[in-house]
Design a protein around this ligand. Sequence first.
Ligand SMILES: CC1=C(CCC(=O)O)c2cc3nc(cc4[nH]c(cc5[nH]c(cc1n2)c(C)c5CCC(=O)O)c(CCC(=O)O)c4C)C(CCC(=O)O)=C3C
Ligand SMILES: [Fe+2]
Length: 343
Amino acid sequence: MSSYDAFLLLSFGGPEKTDDVIPFLENVTRGRNIPRERLAQVGEHYFLFGGVSPINQQCRDLIEAIRADFDANGVELPVYWGNRNWDPYLEETVAQMARDGVRRVVALATSAHSCYSSHRQYIEDIDRARAAVEDAPHIDLIRPYYDHPGFIESFADNTVKALERLPAELRPGARLLYSAHSIPETMAQASGDPRQDYGPTGAYEAQLAEAARLITERVGGGHRYELVYQSRSGPPSQPWLEPDINDRLAELKDEGVEAVVVVPHGFVSDHMEVKYDLDVEALETAGKLGMRLERALCPGTHPAFVAMVRDLVAERSEERPPAGLSRIVRKCHECPPDCCKIR
Ligand SMILES: CC1=C(CCC(=O)O)c2cc3nc(cc4[nH]c(cc5[nH]c(cc1n2)c(C)c5CCC(=O)O)c(CCC(=O)O)c4C)C(CCC(=O)O)=C3C
Ligand SMILES: [Fe+2]
């Protein structure tokens, strides 16, 4: 790993006290078309948890696990952390790296898929932060990793554990619901490389479908499975990816499904979108319908996920071609400049 001299964890950021909630939401939604009512609702989700988003602590835990894993495997890179929307802001981290004399950085975002919000926006964050800092280091962002064996394995393991929490008689018929963040259809269509054919849906949905297939295969038991979406935002007039998990639960109830395991494979840690939109809201929907719902944990600091980070760093350092389990072939590490850009 000679070509890099630092590792950077790049994340979303979240508030850690009540007073930070509104300024955080203003940061997230600046320049976006989000209705005021939606913002007020989301604010309440954070207030319900005392104004503390779980995401920053999850990043600290992941960094600690990566640090230990690097040390145990002779990877001598210092580990830095910077966020898009909250302290520690990426720009301050880049400034710190410059002061520390760091020249070449390999970065991993806490987001595994291709779309503007999950990948392109992080590249823009890097460009903006570097432009603001004198002598900023060069920063390479690791490619989307939704089909890396470590990502798939950590979700398969956590899904098996969630199935085991269901009463034994409900297990065989349990439907697996793979949940990801809904995004505007325009963002979904624009996701991925415009020169590559991902089928009718765009890269984001195609990647989610592939990962769901791969995880289900490893879970075994012949469970039926499908994709659902959560955390829809934006004005009602704008189409976003569907079905919403809550609507789908009602339909499944009518079809006679008694138990579901929700697998939030669109996320890498159990942050607020998972803790509220699934563990509060979807659980309540299932309860009202008289269905059993168990939620698989996100990778967090799962050993297979932590080992994946080290492998991705090695893959990029050694300029190995991107390797994954998906049928969607990725040709290069760097995205072309028009990847995931909404036109
Ligand atoms: C694809 C995707 C991911 C997954 C990939 C990834 O992880 O990056 C993700 C993650 C997250 N989203 C988060 C929070 C929010 N997202 C919002 C708004 C939006 N998300 C979008 C997409 C995504 N979001 C989009 C298209 C919007 C509309 C506005 C815009 O076009 O940008 C809003 C505004 C209010 C609302 O409308 O909900 C909030 C507060 C948090 C932090 C949670 C915590 O605090 O623990 C995390 C990890
Ligand atoms: Fe979001």
